[in-house]
Ligand binder design. Structure first.
Ligand SMILES: Nc1ncnc2c1ncn2[C@@H]1O[C@H](COP(=O)(O)OP(=O)(O)OP(=O)(O)O)[C@@H](O)[C@H]1O
Length: 326
């Protein structure tokens, strides 16, 4: 199998790099205002409310649209000038249904592989293999029109994967799916990233939903960058422990600080202690015992990634889905 199974993303060049990127449509709508961002290899969530400019960015990355200002590079290529190379190395799963209902899935995916330049026999093999990877092997000879929404989404994913790209661009892959279908699709996307080493940029207006499968997040709003960060950096900074004692909270703060911990006052009788490792819990327990204090509460306060992106406008649907999957 040509796929890299080492769990390493294949190239270290940025997936997408934009400088003051602008896209103004003919109707005078400015979809991207002044976007400067570097998206590194991994499974990257591109989040923003509907209309934020996510699909426009993806279409610019594919060379389907041209910028009206600034620049964009994909895998260090110019998507317009090097369109053919970009298409060979990038797979695209569009947001809306674009599948021919009268074709059978195996034929359609084979056809897409042929368009990508694979010879007939190889295209057939790759189509079967890819349909197996997305969980449609048994059903591959059925008409697409008879498929459920979840199966159609998988066919869209398969056609994006069939030519073994280095980068997958997925536009709202969970659209139209119920919570179980959403989870299954996201698990699949995660596996593609981790097992095959294919980088993925996955667009979603549901931050709470994609944060669990991503190595980094890029949030855009009204065509501008809101925030870009790796999940690691977020969770490291945000792992805090609340320690509450019945009395002598200042004494405890001083003693914990003396052990080298980062300690802050929190509420009346509680402290917030930064926890970089599990050993912090032992230090807290031992210090409280040494001071002979009555420990009231020790509680990990792992902040949701959403807290760090709280300036990202939320939708009602997001709140509902986050609650349903919690
Ligand atoms: N072809 C077009 N012509 C004119 N305006 C457009 C076109 N495509 C998108 N827009 C507008 O550009 C803005 C950004 O749209 P875009 O589709 O990129 O956002 P999005 O974040 O992907 O949202 P969605 O998930 O709803 O597609 C919106 O105001 C949208 O109405």
């Amino acid at each position: 199998m040509p796929w890299n199974t080492a769990g390493q993303y294949r190239r270290r060049v940025p997936l997408i790099e934009t400088r003051a990127l602008q896209k103004r449509y003919d109707n005078a709508v400015t979809a991207l205002a002044d976007l400067t961002v570097t998206i590194e290899p991994g499974v990257v969530g591109l989040v923003g409310v509907n209309g934020a400019g996510k699909s426009t960015l993806i279409k610019l990355a594919l060379g389907l649209l041209e910028p009206t200002g600034g620049s964009i590079r994909v895998l260090d290529l110019d998507p317009v000038r090097d369109a053919e190379k970009v298409r060979a190395r990038v797979g695209y799963m569009p947001e809306h249904d674009c599948l021919p209902p009268d074709m059978i899935a195996a034929e359609f995916v084979t056809h897409m592989a042929r368009i990508s330049g694979l010879p007939a026999a190889m295209a057939r093999d790759r189509a079967s293999e890819t349909l197996r990877h997305v969980g449609l092997y048994e059903e591959r000879y059925r008409r697409i029109g008879g498929y459920s929404t979840g199966m159609k989404q998988r066919v869209k994913l398969a056609q994006a994967l069939v030519h073994d790209p280095e980068l997958l661009l997925l536009d709202e892959p969970t659209n139209g799916l119920d919570p179980a279908g959403r989870r299954a699709m996201l698990d699949l996307v995660h596996r593609i990233g981790t097992e095959f080493g294919i980088s993925v940029v996955v667009c979603s207006h549901l931050l709470g939903e994609i944060e669990r499968i991503c190595t980094s997040l890029v949030a855009i709003d009204a065509g501008r960058l809101l925030r870009s960060a790796t999940l690691d950096s977020m969770t490291q900074v945000r792992d805090l422990v609340v320690v509450e004692v019945d009395e002598d909270v200042n004494k405890l703060a001083a003693a914990l600080t003396a052990t080298g911990l980062d300690v802050r006052r929190h509420e009346d009788r509680a402290l917030l202690v930064q926890a970089d490792s599990d050993a912090v819990y032992d230090t807290i327990r031992d210090t409280v015992a040494d001071l002979d204090l009555a420990l009231h509460r020790v509680e990990r306060q792992r902040h949701q990634v959403a807290d760090l992106f709280r300036d990202l406008p939320r939708t009602e649907e997001e709140t509902r889905v986050v609650n349903a999957t919690a």
